[in-house]
Structures are given as structure tokens and as C-alpha cells.
Design a protein around this ligand. Sequence first.
Ligand SMILES: Cc1cc2nc3c(=O)[nH]c(=O)nc-3n(C[C@H](O)[C@H](O)[C@H](O)COP(=O)(O)OP(=O)(O)OC[C@H]3O[C@@H](n4cnc5c(N)ncnc54)[C@H](O)[C@@H]3O)c2cc1C
Length: 404
Amino acid sequence: MINLELPPKLEAARQGSRGLAEQLFRPISRKYDKQEHDYPEELRVLGGPRKAKTAEQIKEEQALRELAKAQEAKDEGKVKNGNNVQGIVSVTEMCRGDVGLMLSVPGVGLGNAAISAVATPEQKARFGHCYASMAITEPSTGSDSANISTTAVLDGDEWVINGEKIFITAGERCDHVVVWATLDKSMGKAAIKSFVVPRDAPGCELVGLEDKLGLRASDTATIRFDNCRVPKDNILGSPEVDAKKGFGGVMQTFDNTRPTVAAMALGVARASLDLTTEILKKEGVKADYAKDMWHSSAIEAELYRMEAEWDAARLLTMKAAFMSDNKEPNSMEASMCKAKAGRMGNYVTLRCVELCQAMGYSETELLEKWARDSKILDIFEGTQQIQLLIVARRLLGLSSAQLK
Ligand SMILES: Cc1cc2nc3c(=O)[nH]c(=O)nc-3n(C[C@H](O)[C@H](O)[C@H](O)COP(=O)(O)OP(=O)(O)OC[C@H]3O[C@@H](n4cnc5c(N)ncnc54)[C@H](O)[C@@H]3O)c2cc1C
């Protein structure tokens, strides 16, 4: 029989993140929904932006990595619940507290996932400590990321970056930005590479911040790169342009970040479902799974439906993360879980607003906020439509040129 219980190690991680969500995030959730652009000072207890590591720290970490590698070799062939599965469990719990605040915790940016997916061991040692945001979107390029116009040109020992990036989550608060740029636009997506750019590099300029529907505790920035120079070895992955490879290695980032965004949707939807169940219980609607369907009310049936949708999204998300931990290619599963969880999050949070009526729509509860927060989770890191397109391509064995 399949055992779907969390192993003890993950249960401990879940409890820790739940404590953080309930004690730190939830009490200040409404405050930073109202005070958009103010930094949530309360999060400073989690540690400010981290300082660059000393040579000694880098050496110590290298030794730890060697040990982990040796252990990994010993465990060869055994299944693992590693960083990705643990990340899903923690992110879900933290976002049950507040997704915007989770995205504002110093040190946990979407660019960090890119670094861990694409960087060499040496780069991981250099950039592992960073708080990195992720800059792909441009004023004229969103879903069609193969069309980006930001350029990177090698000049001696430095890359010179020029272009503008918009909608960068944590773009103001981070200390580094992972920037997608093309080495040669005429060579198409194979020439797109990612670069780690320090936020204080000359020529890296914050242009503005968005006012948003949801996720207001999290900053969303526009950054301009004007002859911005970074060292030659700040390119993530190989600088070679291999036309056969399609995207120049940057796409692996999404195999890790899409399940993470799916976990955010799981967290927000869980918050809505838990509160709605509690509110309805006070009104005499008790979800009782032992009751047969003939004696369930329409509202109870709706609660069961939402719980089933939530669990389906959770299992797909865990599967994608589990595959990543066990080094199995998971691009299709990453898109599947993002598509399912994104849509589920939108459906559940809005339905909870409807079911709780005035309490759902007014600001006395957080239900209306969660409905606003959940919308973006079906958009960023690839929209619903783009995820379905990717899944269709994989299932049908068609390339992006064959199925657009
Ligand atoms: C709050 C917020 C935070 C963000 N954070 C980041 C970030 O940290 N880093 C970053 O780089 N970007 C970020 N983004 C940008 C986000 O990833 C893009 O908005 C998203 O990729 C969609 O791009 P677009 O807005 O240009 O829409 P478009 O690509 O123009 O799409 C518009 C609509 O058309 C649909 N569509 C497009 N192409 C197809 C197709 N081939 N088939 C079917 N339908 C299609 C889309 O699904 C969508 O519904 C953020 C955006 C927001 C609002």
C-alpha cells in the first residue's frame, strides 16, 4: 500500500514552518497588505541580507559538500526526500500564513532556485549565500521568453549587460539579480544565458515599484541595466551557444521553481479552506466524511470537492519535487503541478469568498486578501496556458516550433 504520511524529518520541517506562519506572518498579514512598499520590519528576526562569506566559511562548506557527496554515493539507488520535497512542505506551510511575507523573507528569492539548478559547484560556493531575485520578463516579452532583448556582450574579463527587466519579485530588497540575457539575438533561444548581477553593480538601477492587486507585502520592481559590468564567471552554466540544445541551460530553473510556486498556491488555498470550514462549522455545516452522499448538503459537497482538488494538486506537486530530488527529468510534472495548483488556488480561494458571503468579501477576515493573493500564482513562472502548452508538447512529443 502507498504510504502518503510525511516521514518524521519532513513532519518536523512542517511543524517549524507552521509555527513561523502562525506566530510571525499571520499577525502582520493585513498590516503589510495595507502598507504596500513598506519593508516588513518584523521579518528582520529571520536575519538580514547575508554578508559575503569568508574564505574559511567557503572551505568549510566545501568540506560539508564533499561529505554529502560521499553519503549520496553510499545511498545510490535508494529513494530520497531531499531539499525539493522539504521545500514544498515548508513553502506550503509558510504561505498558509502569508505568501507575500514568505516572498519577503531575506535570502529566499526565486533567483536562489536558479542558482541551485544551474550553477557550477564553484558558483554555488560564491553565490549560495546571496538573496537573489529572478529577472526574465521585459516590457515587450513575457510568456515568449525566447524573445528577450536584454543583451550580454563579453568585453575582456567582463560581461556588459544592457536592457530593462520588469515585474521582478524582491527586485528592490534582494542583493543579487539573476538576469536572462542573450549573447546573440540572431541565434535564438540557444543564446539565452543567465547572469548573477550584484544589485549594487554600477549600471544596475532600480527604476520603480508596482502597485498590485495582491501579494502586496512583496516588492515587484523594474530594473534597468545600463552598461552594467559583471565578472566573466558570473554567467551561470556554460557560455557556449549550442543551437541543438534549445534554451542555453536556463530552463532547468523552472523544474525547481514551478513546484515551489505550486506549493505557494497550496498554502494560500489551505488557509482559505481551513478558515471557511471553521466559519461554516459555526453555522452548523459540518463536513463529515462518514456521511453518505444522499445526506450531504450542496455546501458540504462543495467542501469535499475543494478538498479533493487541493489534494490532487498537492500530490502532483510532491511528485514533481520528489523526481527532482531523485534526479529524474521532471519538466512535464513541474508544469503539470503548476497548472493544477495555480487553477485550484484561484478556484478555492474565490469559492471560499462566495461561501462565506459578507465575511468572505469584507476585510474583517483575510479571505478576500487570499483570493487576491492567489491570482498571481497562476501567472508568474509561466501562466496556466503556457503550462498546458508545455504538458501537451511533452505528451504529444512535439517541439515548441510544432506546437505554439
Ligand atoms: C506580481 C508579479 C510578480 C512577478 N514576478 C516576476 C519575477 O520575479 N521575474 C520575472 O521575470 N517575471 C515576473 N513576473 C512576470 C510574469 O512572469 C509574467 O507576467 C508572465 O510570464 C506572463 O507574461 P505577460 O504578463 O507578458 O503576459 P503575456 O505573455 O503577454 O500573456 C498574456 C496572456 O496570453 C496568454 N498566452 C501567451 N502566449 C500564449 C500561447 N502561446 N498560447 C496560449 N496562451 C498564451 C497568457 O497565458 C496570458 O493569459 C511577475 C508578474 C507579476 C504580476
